[in-house]
Design a protein around this ligand. Structure first.
Ligand SMILES: Cc1cc2nc3c(=O)[nH]c(=O)nc-3n(C[C@H](O)[C@H](O)[C@H](O)COP(=O)(O)OP(=O)(O)OC[C@H]3O[C@@H](n4cnc5c(N)ncnc54)[C@H](O)[C@@H]3O)c2cc1C
Length: 441
């Protein structure tokens, strides 16, 4: 019997260590740099580098560094189920993924270069990326459309042994800190985009790559964000910088995006648990209108619903992780479940974080609790790596492939022919007396 919801004791020990380490050593960094989230990506910031170095060392000593990677790439090869349990801890802190060497988008970018890069690219970019010494950027979205790649226009064409890039990109996270960018470009406009796009590795400071501006998120000062609006004015890169082959951009990109999406969902479990713990503590602490909040049935419903929704979401994420480990590739079944958890991520954050925030009244929306910051994440989680609607559509399409239309005018579940068939099946028992009893009892 293989359905097992327990964690083996040796791995539980690792999780317990991570839990304490993140709480005692890493989460305080979040407090120190509150409101400066992009500092996590600034590898030139001496203070951050100095603070992170001993923590990374400790993680490496315990064989927990880059836990998403296979051993040949320097990771622990833990697989996605264990990674899910780890991410439930790491998701509590904005610094934790960096300290443990599994920070998006570097995780996916490292996989792309590991699979498709040449030796010199691996030396120059993969090694320092895996060591956490540099950061990278994945740039696909364009200002005229993110959800629908068919609207992409940023293009590249070959001239001699170079690609020339022209067009714009939008919301390229951490581009200003990145040593290199992986940019999705149209290399063949004559075929559908899924066969006509390629990924080009663009080193930082490439002539012709212009930062139109850096876009910030809510709460950040205008012009001070980490999400770049980029313009490529005939920027040139060598042909060997085409990662995964010309026209293969989407095949390669889907591999990294699949992993990225489920990792977001795993870390969301951590955020939800944090909000839920706060909700329960508040319910037991706040006295109003003659009783504790915890004694009011409407509040009990909020707690009960949140508990159930988090458990369902967590099990779904674990199931998707288990499927990836089982199939070892992003096949149709895996992609369906990842898309479903991606949709669920936005929904559950909206319901649970809102309840937790609301139960804290004014304090909940203030900048003295983490809840308003979590609320900012709701829209982000529902949008980043493609909006919920697009993933819902993809789930529905995958689901419907397993169904067929009913052969006749009425649905196959139509009761009249079924009753007829049941009567035929048991005809020998259906005496007049029995029929009378069934009809009248
Ligand atoms: C914090 C953050 C970081 C990001 N980092 C990166 C990055 O590093 N690299 C990168 O390339 N991109 C990045 N993005 C961009 C992200 O991938 C896009 O925002 C996303 O794909 C949606 O594209 P869009 O913003 O252009 O929205 P649009 O495509 O304009 O969609 C807007 C809305 O329209 C609705 N919609 C869209 N399609 C459908 C449909 N088929 N049916 C019904 N409704 C629909 C949805 O409500 C959707 O939210 C980031 C975004 C955020 C918020």
């Amino acid at each position: 019997m293989a359905w097992d919801f327990e964690t083996e004791p040796e791995f539980q020990e690792k999780l317990d260590w991570m839990d304490e380490f993140v709480r005692e050593e890493v989460e305080p960094l979040d407090l120190l740099f509150r409101g400066k989230s992009d500092v996590v990506f600034d590898m030139k910031n001496e203070l951050v580098v100095k603070l992170l170095a001993p923590l990374k060392q400790e993680v490496k000593k315990r064989d927990l560094w880059a836990c998403h990677l296979t051993p040949d790439l320097g990771g622990g090869g833990y697989g996605q189920v264990k990674l899910a349990l780890m991410n439930e801890i790491l998701g509590r802190s904005m610094f934790a993924s960096r300290v443990f060497g599994c920070q998006a988008p570097d995780t996916g970018n490292a996989e792309l270069i590991a699979h498709y890069g040449n030796d010199s690219q691996k030396d120059k970019y993969l090694k320092p990326l895996l060591e956490g010494e540099i950061v990278s950027c994945f740039s696909m979205t364009e200002p005229a459309g993110g959800s629908d790649p068919k609207t992409f226009t940023c293009k590249a064409w070959r001239e001699g042994d170079e690609y020339v890039i022209e067009g714009e990109k939008w919301f390229a996270s951490n581009a200003k800190y990145a040593e290199f960018l992986l940019v999705v470009v149209v290399t063949d406009p004559e075929v559908p985009i899924y066969k006509g796009a390629s990924i080009l590795l663009v080193p930082k400071d490439t002539p012709g790559m212009e930062f139109v501006r850096n876009v910030g998120l809510a709460g950040e000062r205008i012009g001070h964000g980490a999400h770049a609006y980029l313009r490529f004015n005939k920027a040139r890169v060598p042909v060997e910088n085409c990662i995964g082959g010309e026209g293969q951009g989407f095949v390669a990109a889907q591999t990294r995006l699949g992993g990225g999406r489920i990792h977001h969902a795993m870390r969301t479990v951590a955020t939800l648990k944090k909000a839920f713990d706060m909700m329960c503590e508040r319910a037991l602490s706040r006295f109003t209108q003659g009783s504790l909040l915890a004694e009011k049935q409407l509040v009990q419903q909020m707690i009960g619903d949140s508990y159930t929704e988090i458990l369902q979401f967590r099990l779904h994420v674990m199931y998707a992780a288990w499927l990836i480990d089982k199939h070892k590739k992003y096949n149709r079944e895996v992609r369906k479940e990842i898309a479903a958890t991606k949709v669920a991520t936005g929904h559950i954050m909206k319901s649970v974080i809102y309840r937790a925030l609301h139960l804290h009244g004014a304090l909940g929306v203030s900048n003295e609790l983490p809840l308003a910051g979590m609320w900012n994440q709701v829209g982000i989680m529902a949008t980043v790596d493609g909006p919920s609607e697009v993933h819902s559509i993809s789930v529905a399409k995958q689901v419907l492939r397993d169904y067929e239309p009913s052969p006749g005018l009425f649905p196959t579940a139509h009761l009249l022919p079924k009753i007829e068939a049941a009567r035929d099946k048991y005809a020998e028992y259906l005496t007049e007396e029995n029929m009378h009893w069934i009809a009248n009892s």
